[in-house]
Design a protein. Structure first.
Length: 118
């Protein structure tokens, strides 16, 4: 087994001009349909989790001056964080459904082309 030949071929494959296949295009369309929902979900989830954490810190008097006003504000902020995390999944499903609907015809046409070729 000539490892130098295998290594040379792998390097040459990296620099050769690649034709975009239909499968690669299908994967790109699938990613394009799902990416906005994923970005929103992670961002919104992190922000609402941080809101819950700040609310808990205010309520337990870890931050702030320990007044009852800040404790009440902490409870409200914590509840907002909990509600945000609770609705995050449903918002994700709506955004994902919209993205799939937007690209569905292109994805179905391309998938039919791929399956009919074989």
């Amino acid at each position: 087994m000539n490892t130098d030949k295998i290594y040379a071929e792998s390097i040459a494959n990296e620099y050769s001009v690649k034709k975009t296949s239909k499968v690669v295009a299908l994967k790109k369309l699938d990613r394009k349909a799902k990416l906005p929902s994923m970005i929103f979900t992670y961002t919104f989830g992190i922000v609402t989790c941080l809101l819950l954490g700040v609310g808990m810190c205010l309520t337990m008097k870890v931050i702030g001056d320990g007044s009852n006003l800040l404790m009440a504000i902490g409870i409200i902020v914590g509840i907002i964080g909990i509600l945000g995390m609770g609705v995050n999944y449903f918002i994700y499903k709506k955004i994902l459904e919209h993205g799939k609907q937007k690209y569905s015809s292109d994805i179905i046409n391309l998938a039919n082309e791929i399956t009919n070729e074989k």
